[in-house]
Design a protein around this ligand. Structure first.
Ligand code: HEM
Ligand SMILES: *[C@@H]1O[C@H](CO)[C@@H](O)[C@H](O)[C@H]1NC(C)=O
Ligand SMILES: *[C@@H]1O[C@H](CO)[C@@H](O)[C@H](O)[C@H]1NC(C)=O
Ligand SMILES: *[C@@H]1O[C@H](CO)[C@@H](O)[C@H](O)[C@H]1NC(C)=O
Ligand SMILES: *[C@@H]1O[C@H](CO)[C@@H](O)[C@H](O)[C@H]1NC(C)=O
Ligand SMILES: *[C@@H]1O[C@H](CO)[C@@H](O)[C@H](O)[C@H]1NC(C)=O
Ligand SMILES: *[C@@H]1O[C@H](CO)[C@@H](O)[C@H](O)[C@H]1NC(C)=O
Ligand SMILES: CC(=O)N[C@H]1CO[C@H](CO)[C@@H](O)[C@@H]1O
Length: 323
């Protein structure tokens, strides 16, 4: 009965473009590939077991994917003769783990060829890799995303926030994706894991205003430590933990660090330059709040401009559009 009503509503609204998979769903592959989510979780956990830095790689990759043309796996495409892919953009150069995504996708393809999109594989792998530490899923991932056919370096440079942005710029960058100030503060919590290369924060510690000075808002002892880790402000090879001493642990230490003026990137430190966002930072120090809020914001980020229904395609290989 309920289904009947739903179908009728969809028949009417379908004309208007609703109900045609216009939205993501819970367990979208239930019928066509019932084990998809299980396979992805298993494969992801197997990789994380031997590579504890993967959660950070996948979480950031998913974020970059969603901020450029929506979550459509465009971040996974390789450059072609015609187009320079997102992968080639400076902020993306340090993304790694593409080969692991390819491996996970292969396992899903073996079970159900041509059914599960790379965009969903990435969204699930990001969730599952971070969740490994907890042995349970830390947020719900709705599925039904389809894969885009375009990946552009210039679009990546335009859309992905720079680590040198101030509060106003960050807020605008997120607003352009319909994400709120609250989302900005919560999702920046992704920096509770992973690393940054020195060029992402180097000027803050070596040459803040071009006079060989330091950012006065940064804890001086922490700045001193950072100087010992980097060969100058533009060092692209050395790196440090984003969340010092806790970079493999998905926790709320990032927010505690911010309040101690040890936010590594200018964009991290920016979160305590505004009254409203500082208030949110203080609330998020509570672990339970953070996990709940992060789950909600990830859901919103994971839905940015997604392709659904018959838009896009289901890529065979995540690095190339189908020929
Ligand atoms: C708010 C604006 C943001 C800026 C400016 C920013 C910038 C950066 C930069 C510069 C790095 C260092 C990359 C490197 O040198 O290898 C980084 C790393 C990272 N970012 Fe962000 N990010 C932002 C938001 C986010 C969001 C929303 C997430 C996910 C929810 C995220 C997740 C990560 C992770 C996990 C890493 C560590 C990557 C690794 O260990 O390889 N970031 N980010
Ligand atoms: C795609 O690009 C990655 C680097 O991003 C490279 O390792 C891989 O070999 C490329 N794959 C193909 C099929 O060209
Ligand atoms: C690349 O460019 C050529 C010539 O402009 C065009 O025929 C071809 O369809 C393009 N390929 C892709 C994948 O966009
Ligand atoms: C943020 O940066 C922009 C662009 O450089 C600048 O116009 C603006 O004044 C800055 N805002 C604050 C609050 O510093
Ligand atoms: C933001 O919301 C507006 C209004 O609903 C919509 O037109 C726009 O496409 C959305 N932008 C993104 C990036 O989702
Ligand atoms: C600091 O910045 C100034 C001005 O941009 C530049 O001339 C100088 O070489 C920089 N110093 C270092 C150590 O990079
Ligand atoms: C990280 O741990 C080391 C050794 O315990 C300590 O000296 C250092 O101050 C810690 N770093 C931060 C930023 O708290
Ligand atoms: C940090 C880094 O390696 N930057 C490089 C990013 O890519 C551009 C263009 O491909 C290079 O010019 C940068 O040196």
């Amino acid at each position: 009965m309920k289904l009947h009503i739903l179908l009728s509503i969809c028949t009417v609204l379908g004309i208007l473009g609703f109900c045609q998979g216009g939205n993501l769903r819970k367990n979208f592959y239930r019928e066509k590939c019932p084990n998809a989510e299980q396979i992805i979780q298993q494969a992801t956990w197997n990789h994380v077991k031997t590579n504890p830095t993967l959660p950070a790689k996948f979480l950031r990759m998913h974020f970059h994917d969603c901020f450029v043309r929506g979550c459509d796996a465009s971040v996974l495409l390789n450059s072609t003769a015609n187009s320079t892919a997102e992968k080639a953009a400076t902020p993306n150069l340090t993304l790694t783990g593409f080969d692991v995504i390819d491996d996970i996708k292969e396992k899903v393809e073996d079970a159900c060829p041509g059914v599960v999109s790379c965009a969903d594989v990435l969204a699930l792998a990001a969730r599952d890799s971070v969740s490994f530490q907890f042995k349970k899923s830390m947020w719900e991932v709705l599925t039904g995303r389809r894969d885009g056919k375009v990946s552009s370096m210039t679009e990546a440079l335009r859309n992905i926030p720079s680590p040198f942005m101030n509060f106003t710029q960050l807020k605008q960058n997120f607003a352009a994706k319909n994400l709120t100030l609250h989302d900005l503060v919560v999702l920046s919590g992704g920096h509770t894991i992973g690393i940054s290369h020195c060029n992402g924060f180097g000027p803050r510690v070596f040459n803040f205003t071009g006079k060989g000075d330091q950012d006065p808002s940064l804890d001086p002892n922490y700045a001193k430590f950072l100087k010992t880790k980097c060969n100058g402000p533009t060092d692209t090879k050395s790196f440090v933990e984003l969340d010092p001493n806790s970079s493999l642990n998905f926790d709320t230490n990032y927010y505690s660090i911010l309040l101690q003026h040890k936010g590594l990137l200018l964009s991290d430190a920016a979160l305590i330059t505004n009254k409203g966002s500082t208030k949110i930072v203080k609330e998020l120090v509570e672990t339970e709040d953070f996990f709940t809020e992060f789950a909600q914001s990830m859901k919103r980020m994971g839905a940015i401009e997604v392709l659904t229904g018959t838009d896009g395609e289901i890529r065979k290989h995540c690095w190339a559009v189908n020929s």
